[in-house]
Design a protein around this ligand. Structure first.
Ligand SMILES: [Zn+2]
Ligand SMILES: [Zn+2]
Length: 397
């Protein structure tokens, strides 16, 4: 009976305890969860606020990875613009100095040689071609640097149709115009800013720029090809001079080229070769060094500038500028995703593009306007553009 009573009293007690414990645990868990959610709620507000401030600095619906990359590279662009602006005259000086040095070598080293050793036919060819090329280079370089590329009107003109608005100049932009960060103005049919010209390449000097590149490439190729055998002779002669000089000082001469005197030779050790007079003069040495300098410089320029000229020739054939190639490629990709084909509105056909570019209006213009120096104005005013499709042949040539 005793044990029954104890059992009866103990059971409700343990049940109550159990209930109390469960209640406490739940309360504890609930308060913990509650405090955690309260903390998160409190934190969420400042985090959202900071995120909003950060997004307000750059976000718009058109932001993509390219815009972000441009933003990141903005300091680099700024540096390039500043350097190009400040060192513009240095680049021009370099072009003039290097070209003059080659011309100087041509007149004082090579021309006497041509007159003495070449047959009359080759003599006439070298004199005529060399001078034509020189005149073309000088004329087109001068015109490309001195001719303003063309600027859109600063005030709103209702007669000029515009396609966008320049945020920096605060003026409406006609078709094909772009803002140049170095010139700090908008340029008509802008191609690029050329540091070697210290000028922008645009509507009014694009032809001079291309002709200059083409003529300089041709001139460098001419020097490189016609001077190749002279370069080989000069290289061998300089090599020989080094041998003779080393022998003069009483050093046993071994090795070739840069290894003269370094590589030992069997049977030569200890022998001293005496040469009383060197069989070459200071003039000989300068002649050979000048030829080597000219060949290395012209060959390097021929390859690098040749590649650039070829690229510009491709762009002209397609009726595009360097900037438009980039824009058109993007547009073509965008339309391709929608199953459409992009057509450049300023592409008038391969031959027509060249005619428009050189301003060829009749057959004789190929000679007078392309192969000879000509200061004629380009086709159109750079503000309004004919849009494809036009009549089949723009100029009957
Ligand atoms: Zn502008
Ligand atoms: Zn510029």
């Amino acid at each position: 009976m005793q044990s029954n009573l104890t059992g009866f009293n103990m059971r409700p007690c343990s049940t109550v305890m159990h209930l109390l414990l469960r209640c406490m645990r739940r309360c504890c868990r609930h308060s913990h969860r509650h405090s955690r959610s309260r903390m998160a709620r409190r934190l969420r507000q400042p985090v959202n606020y900071i995120r909003l401030i950060f997004k307000s600095l750059y976000f718009n619906s058109l932001t993509n990875s390219e815009v972000l990359l441009d933003c990141i590279l903005e300091p680099v662009f700024w540096m390039v613009e500043v350097v190009t602006r400040w060192f513009g005259m240095v680049f021009v000086f370099l072009v003039v100095a290097l070209t003059s040095s080659v011309v100087f070598i041509g007149y004082f080293c090579l021309l006497p040689l041509v007159l003495q050793t070449y047959s009359p036919g080759w003599m006439i060819w070298h004199i005529c071609y060399g001078h034509w090329n020189l005149v073309m280079i000088v004329f087109h370089y001068y015109k490309a640097t001195k001719t303003p590329p063309g600027y859109p009107p600063k005030t709103k003109n209702n007669d000029v149709p515009f396609v966008s608005f320049c945020k920096k100049c605060v003026i409406p932009k006609p078709a094909r115009s772009h803002h140049c960060g170095i010139c700090k103005t908008c340029i008509l049919k802008m191609d690029h800013h050329c540091p070697w010209l210290n000028n922008c390449v645009g509507h009014y000097n694009h032809r001079y720029f291309f002709s200059f590149c083409l003529c300089l490439t041709l001139g460098c190729m001419y020097c490189s090809i016609s001077g190749h055998s002279l370069f080989i002779d000069a290289y061998n002669a300089i090599d020989q001079f080094r041998h003779l000089e080393a022998e003069k000082q009483g050093v046993p001469v071994t090795g070739i080229g840069l290894l003269i005197g370094i590589v030992p030779s069997e049977g030569m050790a200890g022998k001293v070769v005496q040469v009383s007079q060197p069989p070459y003069t200071y003039k000989d040495r300068m002649f050979h060094k000048s030829v080597m300098y000219m060949w290395v410089l012209t060959s390097t320029v021929a390859v690098t500038l040749g590649a650039l000229t070829l690229w510009h020739a491709v762009l002209i054939t397609c009726g595009e500028t360097s900037i438009e190639r980039h824009i058109n490629n993007k547009e073509a990709k965008r339309l391709a995703k929608r199953g459409k084909v992009y057509r450049n509105p300023f592409n008038y056909g391969k031959l027509n593009n060249w005619k428009v570019f050189f301003g060829v209006e009749k057959r004789s213009h190929w000679l007078t306007r392309v192969l000879l120096p000509s200061g004629h104005s380009p086709y159109g005013d750079g503000l309004t553009w004919d849009i494809y499709p036009l009549k089949k042949d723009m100029m009957q040539v």
